[in-house]
Write a protein that binds this ligand. Structure first.
Ligand code: FE2
Length: 233
């Protein structure tokens, strides 16, 4: 069974799933792809002015709606574990946000962080990652590295940050080749569907696990270690 580490599955929480029916359709696709655990990662953008507290409240309402629907669902669905998370856009102000640690994945000190794909890695961005670790004890997990300039990913790898790849990156060209290289180098800790509204994302998720072969189970295990708040390396 697999872990989907990155999914916009909570109803109405961002530009992912629009409503509870869509969320349940996405969950059925996830179950068919062998997923038993999903980290629900609605977007959080520090620049939009929403406080962490307001975001958490909004996410909780969406999570509760999904939890209640899952209680009524068939056994294959109600056994799927949904974990509260967020996909946090890196920003120079991130470390100064009151309650920033609440953006970590539930019961962990790991935070899924995205960056703008078009930007090179700067010292100030690196400092945000270092401050999260040294001041808060939070380990950033860099989201969907398959979307970034490979040079930036190589630099991020030197910071020894765990990284997540999207299933579509592993299935597509030319991203597949570099995803495999990063997997071999041991930088990648989790696979995500990054599903928004289209259940076909789970076809890619299934294909990606097929491509990974024996490595799929090892990657799922690393993701489970993060969710248990264990130290990776
Ligand atoms: Fe995402």
């Amino acid at each position: 069974m697999y872990v989907d580490f990155h999914a916009h599955i909570l109803p109405g929480a961002d530009h992912g799933s629009q409503n509870i029916n869509m969320s349940m359709t996405l969950l059925r696709a996830a179950a068919s792809a062998g997923v038993d655990t999903i980290v629900a990662t609605p977007h959080f953008y520090p620049s939009k002015g929403e406080s962490v507290g307001d975001f958490i409240l909004r996410r909780e309402q969406a999570f509760e709606q999904l939890r209640q629907a899952l209680e009524q669902a068939s056994p294959d669905l109600c056994n799927i574990r949904i974990i509260r998370g967020a996909e946090v856009m890196v920003s120079g102000t991130l470390c100064d946000l009151p309650g920033v640690e609440q953006l970590c994945i539930e019961h962990t000190r790991y935070m899924l962080i995205e960056r703008r794909p078009e930007l090179p890695l700067t010292n100030s961005e690196c400092n945000v990652y270092l401050r999260l670790q040294s001041v808060y004890g939070i380990t950033p997990v860099i989201a969907h590295i398959d979307r970034y300039d490979p040079a930036a990913v190589e630099e991020l790898a030197q910071l020894e940050l765990p990284m997540q790849i999207n299933a579509s990156g592993l299935c597509g060209f030319p991203s597949r080749r570099r995803c495999r290289r990063w997997l071999q180098a041991g930088n990648v800790c989790a696979l995500g569907s990054d599903v928004h509204r289209d259940p076909k994302a789970y076809r890619d998720f299934q294909r990606a696990n097929h491509i990974l072969g024996a490595q799929a189970a090892a990657l799922a295990q690393l993701a489970r270690e993060i969710l248990a708040n264990q130290k990776l390396w």
